[in-house]
Design a protein around this ligand. Structure first.
Ligand code: ADP
Ligand code: MG
Length: 827
């Protein structure tokens, strides 16, 4: 017997051949007008038919064509997510980035007018989901967690996997998972008619989808159909530079300045690689032109980070450790620059239209992933009247967010990518050329509201010679121990046979399994152990989970939780090299450049001197503040983070405290949320083991500090470096090191030669940002547990770039043998 339909459900359009249901939505005229022009709206019938007739559909449409905002609404209108309809389960939409999950949920909610409350989002630290939710936006990490809880995803009737072209690890795994869940739900529904089959839509902004459509292991019932939403993109004129400047931030300043003076009204979007560059350019533009008066809180607050990974470690840390990545910003990138040409350049700013009055104010807004959400959302607000909107963004703005009113794109052609050497475990942040696909995405951002222009800060020769067609999927560039453990504990033992869109390398898999065995998470024959099952319940890298697992000695658990939160969030401190650079140095650079810009600074003025003095004081204050956090233990960087977390917990005004102590407020907020979340998980795993969460945590005792060092080392048991001159076979050391950062340590690497199997030893050195760098060479400890290795360009004075380690703690030999007793250090 059929239940009566809720009144809001009526029989109308959708699929005429079926008894379809629909939910009426009344949109405001303004919203309606904006939707009509979207390519995806023009293809509604075609898209919905494909979804009705297939369990998996791939939709391709250029960025801005309406995929993310419109598809969930089509589905909602045809009954998906509404109780009583044939598809009452939720509409789930996944995003690789938190920013996109939040802002897209807000936009769709707004477009749905009276049904606004049917839309919610869930990200690692926040959820707006309620009983009324029909459409849930979330990061792909959140959905992976939900799969671990219910492999059939019974809550959902349809999953939209967005931005699939970005090929993040989580997205790739998710696609592999849902390809199996679709089959499972089909057989479940055949047994139990109350369970509906699951539908899946994969959405991509590029046509590089053959990894999904032509992968025989992925969708067994044959390749899913592709629906194309014809882009009604306005034409974008591409202007290549004649020259490719090495200093592209400088180049961007010159080009944007000239563009502002010469170009007709229209918003500008400038692509850079990281937030330090964005801050630098923002400051210079605001100095050169009159900024708008709208309050810009980012100026007042110190929000610095060197870590501007293109994809953040989002809600499920499947990858490696997201540690203090500070420091990679102070090295020069080594870019191959070609295509230099001395001819006079036509920059393409003369469009034959009337330029904007050059006294027009500039409305400069930053946009990058670590910016507080509230600040990020400002790019969607209309700029003040009679101003030019200038958005300075990382590749966050490349495909996920559509910023209204952009007519001009300035593309530096580079991005900062986390690279990870699967053989050696050495990670690095490299600024490198983007792919042609990315360059075209960036250019496309100029053609949303009308014909636009893209100014490429590189030559067509560089573009042709050095740009790859597409970027490699992330799974080929990242540690995957979290992925492997997650899969094994879901019962997918044979990871090598998992239907990955692009399978990870054998070396990557082998390295992950070896670490998991060392952590005790896998047995010798690769089966998940009791410990492994435990570890997989934490939304963390297995290393951190291991620390929590053994954290209940000497009342250490609250400290271990705080420490793990600190390390997992990373980048807690504003570092010396992230304070503004002295003017006296800038002056030198400026006079070197052949700029014809009249806003260029040429002299070192009295005002500069005063600024430099202030900066020097600031730098001293920073050093003094940070010293307070290492007063109990001046050799362990990890315990310095813990101290800072403890101190922050006592502050009545966290933000003020962070500013005063040169801490990154956003990171501390996240760490606090993570502490809370982890406390809850530990409590639910072992009731009574820790008290309920409280931010206040007194400094650990001496005994606890000792235990904490051992606990940290247990999580990083394969990352202990031994002082080279004390090692059994010391390598050749040319001369006695003069600085602590020149003292060689040995660690075990898997050799790249010798078919990747034999072990060779290579020297590594402490990173200058570590507390240990302040010691004398003689004081340097015998052992150092480190979080990761990084290969960077040479520091001044180094002939060849050294591999630098980021130390965590200094364990004693006794502690090491105690740990090794349980898990062997070297196989
Ligand atoms: P896609 O997912 O295909 O890239 P979207 O659905 O994100 O496209 O965007 C479709 C259109 O909706 C954009 O072109 C833009 O004009 C509009 N839009 C999206 N988000 C907002 C917003 N926050 N404010 C105003 N307009 C928006
Ligand atoms: Mg989108």
């Amino acid at each position: 017997e059929e239940e009566p339909l809720p009144r809001e459900l009526q029989v109308t359009k959708g699929d005429p051949n079926r008894k379809a249901f629909s939910v009426a939505v009344n949109r405001s005229e303004e919203i309606q007008a904006a939707r009509i022009g979207l390519p995806v709206v023009g293809e509604e019938q075609k898209i919905m038919e494909a979804i009705y007739n297939n369990s998996v559909v791939v939709i391709w449409g250029a960025t801005g064509s309406g995929k993310t905002t419109q598809l969930p609404q089509f589905l909602f209108e045809s009954g998906f997510g509404s109780p009583g309809s044939p598809n009452p389960g939720l509409i789930g939409v996944t995003q690789p980035r938190r920013v996109a999950a939040v802002s897209m949920a807000n936009r769709v909610s707004q477009e749905l007018g009276e049904h606004a409350e049917k839309v919610s989002y869930q990200i690692r630290f926040e959820s707006t989901a309620s009983k009324k939710t029909a459409i849930k936006f979330m990061t792909d990490g959140i959905l992976l967690r939900e799969i671990a809880d219910d492999f059939a995803l019974r809550k959902y009737s349809i999953i939209l996997i967005d931005e699939a072209h970005e090929r993040s690890v989580n997205t790739d795994i998710l696609i592999g998972m849902v390809s199996r869940i679709v089959g499972l739900r089909k057989s479940l529904s055949e047994e139990d008619p109350s369970i509906k089959p699951l539908k899946v839509v994969i959405m991509s902004a590029t046509l590089r989808i053959s990894d999904f459509t032509e992968n025989p292991s992925l969708f067994r019932s044959g390749p899913p159909p592709l629906v194309q939403a014809e882009g009604r993109q306005y034409p974008v004129s591409i202007h290549f530079s004649r020259r490719t400047q090495r200093d592209y931030v400088e180049d961007a300043f010159r080009k944007v300045s000239r563009g502002h003076r010469k170009l007709p009204p229209g918003g500008m979007l400038v692509f850079l690689t990281g937030q330090n560059e964005i801050r630098q350019l923002s400051k210079r533009l605001k100095g050169a032109f009159k900024p708008t008066q709208r309050e810009d809180t980012t100026q007042a607050k110190v929000q610095l980070s060197a870590n501007e990974a293109p994809l953040e470690a989002e809600d499920l840390e499947l990858g490696g450790t997201e540690m203090d990545n500070a420091g990679e910003d102070d090295y020069d990138s080594d870019l191959e620059i070609t295509g230099l040409d001395d001819a006079e350049e036509d920059e393409g700013f003369d469009l034959g239209e009337e330029a904007m009055d050059s006294s027009t104010r500039v409305h400069v807004l930053p946009l990058y992933s670590q910016l507080p959400t509230k600040e990020q959302m400002k790019v969607f607000e209309a700029p003040p009247e009679n101003s030019r909107l200038i958005i300075l963004a990382t590749n966050v703005a490349e495909t996920s967010l559509t910023i209204p009113g952009i007519k001009y794109v300035f593309d530096c052609g580079r991005s900062k990518e986390k690279q990870f050497d699967l053989y050696t475990g050495v990670q690095s942040f490299q600024i490198g050329w983007i792919s042609k696909a990315s360059a075209n995405q960036r250019a496309g951002r100029a053609g949303r509201t009308g014909p636009g222009h893209c100014y490429r800060m590189y030559s067509s020769a560089v573009y042709e010679a050095d740009f790859a067609e597409y970027t490699d999927p992330e799974i080929l560039r990242t540690p995957i121990e979290g992925v492997v453990l997650q899969m094994k504990s879901m019962g997918l033992h044979n990871v090598i046979n998992f239907p990955f869109p692009t399978p990870p390398s054998r070396q990557g898999l082998a390295k992950a399994e070896k670490l998991l065995k060392n952590l005790g998470a896998l047995s010798a024959d690769g089966q998940v152990t009791q410990i492994g099952r435990r570890l997989s319940t934490y939304p963390l890298s297995p290393r951190f989970s291991k620390m929590l697992h053994i954290g209940h000695q000497h009342g250490c658990m609250p400290y271990v939780i705080a420490l793990v939160a600190a390390l997992a969030v990373g980048d807690l401190f504003v570092l010396q090299n992230q304070l503004d650079q002295p003017k006296i140095q800038n002056k030198k650079n400026d006079s070197d450049s052949d700029s014809d810009s009249d806003t260029e600074r040429k002299v070192y003025t009295n005002a500069d001197r005063i600024e430099d003095t202030e900066r020097e004081q600031k730098s001293k204050a920073q050093a003094r503040a940070h010293r307070l956090f290492s007063k109990h233990d001046d050799t362990s960087d990890a315990l310095k983070s813990l101290s800072a977390i403890c101190a922050y917990g006592y502050a009545s005004d966290g933000d003020a405290f962070a500013d005063q102590m040169f801490l990154r407020g956003k990171a501390f907020k996240e760490a606090t949320q993570l502490r809370h979340q982890l406390t809850d998980i530990v409590r639910s795993n072992n009731p009574g083991l820790v008290p309920t969460y409280t931010p206040r945590l007194p400094e650990p005792s001496t005994k606890q500090i000792k235990a904490l060092k051992q606990i940290v080392t247990a999580g990083f048991i394969d990352q202990v470096a031994i002082r080279a001159d004390l090692a059994p076979v010391p390598p050749e050391i040319p001369r006695a090191p003069r600085r602590a950062i020149d003292v060689p340590y040995l660690t075990l690497f898997r050799s790249r030669d010798g078919k990747g199997t034999d072990l060779v030893e290579r020297a590594v050195y402490v990173h200058p940002s570590s507390l240990l760098a302040k010691l004398t060479p003689k004081e340097m400890p015998q052992y150092i547990t480190y979080s990761h290795l990084q290969q960077s360009a040479a520091l001044v004075g180094d002939q060849i770039p050294k591999i630098r380690m980021f130390p965590l703690v200094v364990p004693s030999g006794l502690q090491l043998s105690a740990i090794a007793h349980e898990t062997p250090l070297v196989e």
